[in-house]
Design a protein around this ligand. Sequence first.
Ligand SMILES: Cc1cc2nc3c(=O)[nH]c(=O)nc-3n(C[C@H](O)[C@H](O)[C@H](O)COP(=O)(O)OP(=O)(O)OC[C@H]3O[C@@H](n4cnc5c(N)ncnc54)[C@H](O)[C@@H]3O)c2cc1C
Length: 501
Amino acid sequence: MLNLNGAKRIVVVGGGTAGWFAALTLRSMFGPQAEVVVLESPRIGIVGVGEGGLLNLVDSLKQLNIPVDEFARETGAAYKLGFLYEGWRDGSEGDAYYHMFVDSGIEEIEWKQYGFYPLVSTLTHFGIELSQALPGFQVIAKQGSQEDARRMLADPACGIRPSWHFDSQRIAAYLKRVALSRGIVHKLTEVSSVQFDETRRATAVQTTDESIAVDFLVDASGLSRLVVGKALQGEWQSFSDYLLLDRAIPFHMPHPKANPYLVTRAIAMSAGWVWQIPLLERVGAGYVFSSRHIDEDAAVAEIERRIGMPIEPSRTLHFEPGHFKEVWQRNVMTIGLASGFVEPLEATSIGQMLEQLRNFRRVVLESGGVVSEEVIGRFNESNARYWLGIRDFLRMHYDCPRRDTPFWRDVAQTPLPDSWRALKACMQQRLPRPIDTEGYYSHPWTSMFHSLSWVMVAAPLGLISREAAFNDMQRLPADTRQRIADYMFRKWPHVVSRLRR
Ligand SMILES: Cc1cc2nc3c(=O)[nH]c(=O)nc-3n(C[C@H](O)[C@H](O)[C@H](O)COP(=O)(O)OP(=O)(O)OC[C@H]3O[C@@H](n4cnc5c(N)ncnc54)[C@H](O)[C@@H]3O)c2cc1C
């Protein structure tokens, strides 16, 4: 059992995005009797990438009483309305599809019957991508300005919700300012070791300057993985059998067009893909690749050919996709990069970190501060399931038809996790729906990826057949099918008339 009610000091190791979000969450959970201390190494610094949020970024800011407008201003943020996948099917000019941040409140989404979305199935049957059916999509397709996006988003009928692209250095600095204003203590010092008692509870951290007693310890030490990784030798769940990418070369570049894109671009390359995250003043970019298929020099040369200018990469990041199975052990919890990482496809890292914090907050508060080992075990199970959802969602993106290089041919031979294989088989019969994805995100976690996100990736990749979509429609009663016909004549008359000819 872990009793946090008498906690006097909570220490967070790490002053990156994860460390500051954790400290702010802990500050909001504990009264003034508990000191929240962030220890940050002046030597190591932060990872300095990770510039794209998901929808739960906005939810978390609101939960922490951080004004979203101020956050956007202070972090150089630009709207992020989804993702654009370029070259993932045949690599030809114009090969592109969108995964948008869909909002309910429009007919296509709002209408749910028998556990699925009849109009989404209909659109899929007619070969219309859901993103294009969203009223706000035209602003994205025309690459509108930030102001165009702001106006479009003000209309509740736009069908899109925003998140943000932001500067990774400025987000840590901004969160730190907010944290200091809320009484969180910050020390620039390096942790060299952690002391544990005979039950493996953390009792103190040793820094270069002092020993600091702890009642609860959060390991947000990034890729140093200081506590659950190095000190406790936590068990790692690797995803490398299913996801081949293990290196990233980040760099900055100017905007290729006048307006920053309103989406994160994921551009397929010979041995992986390049992310392009458009901030207001620059683009944060990087080539994520498989070290078995290309070396660093060749990767840099390929980027330079692709974007038509030399780049100045800061370093190459090495990673093994996966996570620690037990992120919470007694009075220690690891979070952010210290707890796990997979390639930044779909920008899952900060989103996962925020969901973990949200669940931690719920578990501690609803346990009245006295948390049983059983509940901690369930927390870890939910967290692991969450990671499985991320793994399967990413693996789906690689079930794409591209085969032109050894990497893409090897991707086609890479095994499918059983859970993704099972869902993929269902997609031959019907569209994916909430019942399929809720297992990844146990109640009351809100899912980072709604089942409609799965549709928006699976349909353009050809993983959902027209027959499967037709099967959904056939299951509906006659009056519902009439409603569908009325909808198609009203909204998509040119598609209906084209099919009739
Ligand atoms: C290539 C790449 C691309 C990414 N893209 C995205 C994306 O698009 N979207 C997204 O959500 N996420 C992305 N991420 C992940 C994102 O960068 C991280 O989730 C986020 O920045 C949080 O990092 P962190 O705080 O866990 O680690 P860091 O930023 O690395 O912070 C670690 C902190 O720990 C401190 N520290 C380390 N050791 C010690 C010690 N011994 N003593 C004291 N302090 C110590 C460091 O000084 C630092 O302050 C990406 C990551 C990578 C690698």
